[in-house]
Write a protein that binds this ligand. Structure first.
Ligand code: ZN
Length: 306
């Protein structure tokens, strides 16, 4: 089976409380998992998404308290594109962002804004048949809510280098530009390459660390990792991320890709009704809980801030 569009996007924040406030209170996403960076468990890994944490809606942040602001450059994803349901929804967001003192600008059919740490977002009206992936924020009418990812924009110096790998993963090119679509049976995602700025990128607060494409299960991870390897990528073994299994490799333009499986999900260690409510730790880090609960930055109650 093909990959089913985007699974999740992972970025970096220096300010976990501010990050919760923006994504839950302003954007209306649900905090669906509060855990730690499995590779560095002294800091948070926060996951936002739709009401059930569906792949295709998951935006995650590694917290590095006090990290310097980053700057996107060649080989980095620099903008997240979200779907909304209608032109009226775009108008709703234009007004809502203004009310929350978030500068936003219209560029034709797209609404552009940045999060408090400078990460770029774009909202555009969905024209496809993918099911909307919506969270139930109390002050956002369901018909205006964000509906999940449409795609991402990356910077590349020579995006043609990425073509063999993208084709091996099932991406198809749209027209002559370096614009690609990953079409699954149910979900579609776009990968747009933009000319890279002259300055090199700096991975820091407000930048995107990697993007994950959606695979069904371990068998598909192995299959697509083999396709990637045949196209020249150096893929990791399958890694257990508790809520999905993952394979990582860098694509030839430099963007860190992950393939993540859909067959586990965020309800594996807490009920859907209370997703994101408690600090969840994977078994290998559970012994650190007393220390972590003392040291991690206190967070606002996510739905209380909404
Ligand atoms: Zn990831």
């Amino acid at each position: 089976m093909p990959l089913e569009g985007l699974h999740h996007i992972t970025a970096i924040t220096a300010d976990a409380p501010g990050n919760v406030d923006f994504h839950v209170r302003v954007l209306g996403l649900r905090l669906v998992k509060k855990t730690v960076n499995f590779d560095e468990p002294s800091v948070y890994h926060l996951y936002y998404g739709d009401e059930v944490g569906a792949p295709g809606s998951i935006l995650t942040f590694f917290e590095f308290p006090g990290a310097a602001p980053g700057r996107p450059g060649a080989g980095m994803v620099h903008a997240i594109r979200w779907r909304v349901g209608s032109p009226e929804a775009l108008a709703f967001w234009e007004a809502r962002l203004a009310a929350h003192e978030v500068p936003a600008a219209r560029d034709g059919d797209v609404l552009l804004f940045r999060d408090p740490e400078g990460l770029a977002h774009e909202l555009l009206v969905s024209r496809g048949a993918d099911a909307p992936l919506v969270a139930h924020a109390p002050d956002i009418p369901a018909e205006h809510a964000l509906q999940g990812f449409h795609g991402v924009r990356a910077y590349a110096g020579n995006p043609e280098r990425s073509e063999p790998l993208l084709r091996a993963l099932g991406f198809a090119r749209e027209g002559d530009e370096a614009h690609w679509t990953l079409a699954g049976a149910e979900r579609h995602a776009q990968l747009l390459y933009d000319p890279a700025p002259p300055e090199h990128g700096i991975q820091g607060a407000g930048t995107i660390h990697h993007v994950a494409w959606s695979a069904a299960d371990d068998a598909e991870l192995e299959t697509f990792a083999a396709h990637a390897a045949a196209a020249g990528a150096r893929a990791t073994p399958v890694i257990d991320r508790q809520y999905f299994h993952s394979v990582y490799f860098r694509e030839p333009s430099g963007v860190l890709f992950e393939l993540a499986s859909r067959d586990i999900g965020f309800a594996v260690d807490e009920p859907v009704a209370t997703l994101g409510g408690a600090l969840k730790l994977p078994p290998q880090h559970e012994r650190l809980r007393p220390v972590l609960e003392q040291r991690l930055t206190p967070l606002p109650d996510p739905r209380a801030v909404a």
